[in-house]
Write a protein that binds this ligand. Structure first.
Ligand code: NZQ
Ligand code: ZN
Length: 384
């Protein structure tokens, strides 16, 4: 196992009726900006619950943060925060609202061009405190220090990670996910599953705890994902999914072990240029990455085949093939097609995606940093 530091400062407040405890986490004199997305949080009453919990504290609402949050929209919030002297941010929504709010919290203190500062990955010195109310289990953003922001004018979608970006607290009420459209629920399960895969399907370093933990999360998502589609108001199922998604990317399973993230990095291109949902890009790319990287990943793929899919018969090649096929079928059964052509993406996108990765210096990728142009082309051809 590699050396590691692990520190996660986010308080998790899990369960039913927890929004009413939100006020206990904020200073009495906090001046709050409540951020949300296209309106679901307002429509389903979550914003009202948050406002109630704030008691006498002053607040301003900022709605309209898009899926794959846009830099321009977020900069409008930055102006409001500065003008109104806001000192606490509450994000109500999924990964996009939480990521966007992390950007706002940091950009308030940026000097000069905010986008350039953000993508320069310069260490942040100060951010505003953030709390969040999660409505979509998927990204793990509620308990990590990552934010993925899109700049539509520049056709760029880039992620940024910093310890100051962890929310101070996150309220996880599984019932808040009941109103999710089927597509978003399925996206969330697939995204969480792929987060585990990115940290588990690499090469063995005797990370026994991380491996068993990762396998437990994968098995839970495989078992509970389809149930959640069939029984939209089954609390236990939603609770298992919500907690799995948070655990999948709160850093714990990734400590001391190699990490891949090739599917994620390549996927950003298909979201920013072709409008695919984040999880759709992963459903397409992960099976192809596993296939192309099967030599490097052989030992972990065999472990995955046996422990997650109970595949013990046949040759190594057969077990690996079956594990990849079953992974693909799981995504398809959740309702996410796993080939680019199924989304109407033109074949010319393969070379464009390679150019995108070159333009943002994202190559080479993978746990061995051995996925360059040739391998990406193979992955995308297999994905087509
Ligand atoms: O905008 P509203 O009206 O709220 O509707 C949203 C949105 O349209 C809807 N929704 C959310 N909760 C709902 C709901 N609708 C009904 N009932 C509810 N309870 O769902 C739609 C999608 O929301 P979004 O926040 O975009 O989805 P998700 O949580 O999947 O976040 C995706 C974003 O997170 C980034 C992705 O790249 C993408 O930009 N990621 C962030 C990561 C991180 N911070 O660690 C890691 C991930 O790998 C990912 O890259
Ligand atoms: Zn993801």
């Amino acid at each position: 196992m590699f050396n590691f530091d692990y520190y996660n400062p986010t308080r998790i407040m899990f369960g039913t009726e927890r929004i009413k405890d939100l006020g206990t986490q904020l200073p009495e004199d906090a001046k709050v900006l409540i951020t949300y997305g296209g309106g679901s949080a307002k429509r389903f009453g979550t914003i009202d619950e948050v406002i109630q919990s704030l008691g006498k504290r002053k607040y301003i609402e900022f709605g309209g943060i898009e899926p794959n949050p846009h830099y321009d929209t977020l900069m409008k919030a930055v102006e409001i925060v500065k003008a109104e002297k806001i000192d606490y941010l509450i994000a109500v929504g999924g990964g996009s609202v939480i990521d966007g709010t992390k950007f706002i919290a940091a950009a308030v203190y940026f000097e000069g061009d905010a986008w350039e500062t953000w993508i320069s990955n310069a260490p942040l010195k100060q951010v505003l405190p953030i709390g969040c109310v999660l409505t979509l289990p998927a990204t793990g953003s509620e308990m990590n220090g990552t934010a993925v922001i899109s700049n539509t004018a520049l056709n760029a979608k880039l992620s940024h990670k910093h310890p100051l970006l962890f929310p101070r607290f996150a309220i996880l009420d599984p019932r808040k996910s009941y109103t999710l459209p089927t597509k978003q629920l399925a996206n969330g399960v697939v995204d969480a599953f792929v987060h585990v895969a990115e940290q588990y399907l690499t090469y063995p370093v005797y990370g026994k705890v991380q491996d068993r933990y990762a396998e437990g999360l994968m098995l839970t998502l495989i078992e509970e994902g389809p149930k959640a589609l069939k029984e939209p108001e089954n609390y236990d199922v939603r609770a298992a999914i919500m907690w799995s998604a948070t655990q999948a990317l709160n850093g714990l399973i990734g400590v001391g072990v190699p990490q891949d993230w090739a599917s994620h990095r390549i996927g950003y291109y298909f979201t920013i240029h072709h409008g695919l949902d984040h999880a759709q890009t992963l459903a397409i790319l992960l099976p192809a990455v596993l296939d192309v990287q099967r030599e490097n990943k052989r030992l972990k793929l065999l472990q995955y085949a046996e422990r997650v899919w109970q595949l013990t018969e046949g040759s190594e090649e057969e077990r690996i093939n079956s594990a990849i096929t079953l992974t693909r079928q799981f995504f398809e059964n959740m309702g996410l097609p796993t080939y680019l052509r199924a989304y109407g993406i033109p074949e010319s996108a393969i070379e464009e995606a390679i150019n995108y990765l070159k333009r943002f210096n994202l190559l080479p990728l993978g746990e061995h940093k051995d996925i360059s142009v040739i391998e990406v082309r193979k992955i995308l051809s297999l994905s087509y």
